[in-house]
Design a protein. Structure first.
Length: 296
């Protein structure tokens, strides 16, 4: 499904999942893949709603204020009185790649189904989701119900794989891919995804991605390759985008910015090669600055 510039210039997107605080050694930064994705898609001109939950605490208040500063619709974000706003310990290696220690029992594990959510799904052009937010039973059930409703309406469903041990298994990966129409993963996640789906790697990455595309009836599969760029596979084409040179300060949020740019481009009906280049350029710019949603 595409949104034409002249008829519907602002794509409407529902982003589902965790919103949290990344606790770096130098201090806390607001984050979570769905929240980062929402911020970037809003900056790119989309109308974005975030489905998530925060605690009745100061971090929850601050998170909501940040989202509103990005013009994100926060009406679907639930307040959980007896659970804290999510937080994650983050450390970076010499190349700026993060390691995460995700805290249990967070508010975003308890996202409930509501009539407001059911209504919002009838109003959007795409639904974004990941794997991490499905670690909690209640949130998993809610997100999957939303995706089933979106699929019934022919709405674009973008899965951004975000593997965080121990919060995934083979079944979760297979079931999540089956709910999507577009799959985005990284080359670091490729092995886990192929193993979960019982796919033997082919002679080339694009050949293996095409097996994944066909097996799950996906419209598109796109794989990021860090500094080497990204590759897109559809039923009729392969697009190989080289990396955009940059000086990396940290890579936190780069994948989220890539997926945001990619999703908005799809909804606006842009050519795949154009979308892939833009997505790599934005992700490169994010890597060159500190923070998941820096000034770019």
């Amino acid at each position: 499904m595409t949104v034409k510039e002249e008829g519907f210039p602002k794509p409407s997107i529902l982003s589902c999942g965790e919103m949290l605080w990344d606790l770096f050694p130098e201090g806390a930064r607001f984050g979570g893949a769905p929240a980062n994705f929402a911020c970037h898609t809003s900056r790119l001109g989309a109308e974005v709603s975030l489905l998530s939950a925060v605690g009745a605490d100061a971090r929850g208040d601050e998170a909501l204020a940040i989202l509103r500063s990005f013009s994100i619709n926060t009406s679907l974000i639930q307040r959980i009185d007896d659970a804290p706003t999510g937080s994650v310990g983050v450390s970076l290696d010499a190349e700026g790649k993060p390691t995460f220690a995700i805290h249990d029992g967070s508010a975003w594990d308890r996202i409930a189904w509501t009539e407001a959510l059911a209504e919002r799904i009838t109003q959007v052009d795409a639904v974004y989701f990941g794997t991490l937010a499905q670690r909690g039973e209640e949130s998993r059930a809610t997100i999957r119900k939303a995706l089933a409703a979106a699929r019934g309406r022919g709405i674009l469903r973008v899965l951004d794989v975000n593997l965080r041990r121990p919060f995934f298994d083979k079944t979760l990966l297979r079931e999540s891919i089956a709910l999507a129409s577009v799959l985005k993963l990284s080359d670091d996640e490729m092995g886990e995804v192929f193993t979960a789906c019982d796919i033997v790697p082919g002679e080339t990455p694009e050949a293996t991605l095409r097996v994944l595309l066909t097996r799950f009836g996906l419209d598109l599969v796109v794989m990021t390759r860090g500094a080497e760029g990204a590759i897109l596979v559809s039923a009729t084409e392969v697009v190989d985008q080289p990396g955009i040179p940059t000086i990396v300060r940290d890579t936190v949020g780069a994948g989220d910015s890539f997926t945001a740019t990619f999703a908005v481009g799809l909804l606006r009906g842009e050519e795949h090669a154009t979308i892939l280049k833009k997505a790599c350029e934005i992700a490169s710019a994010v890597c060159s600055q500190h923070g998941a949603v820096p000034v770019i």
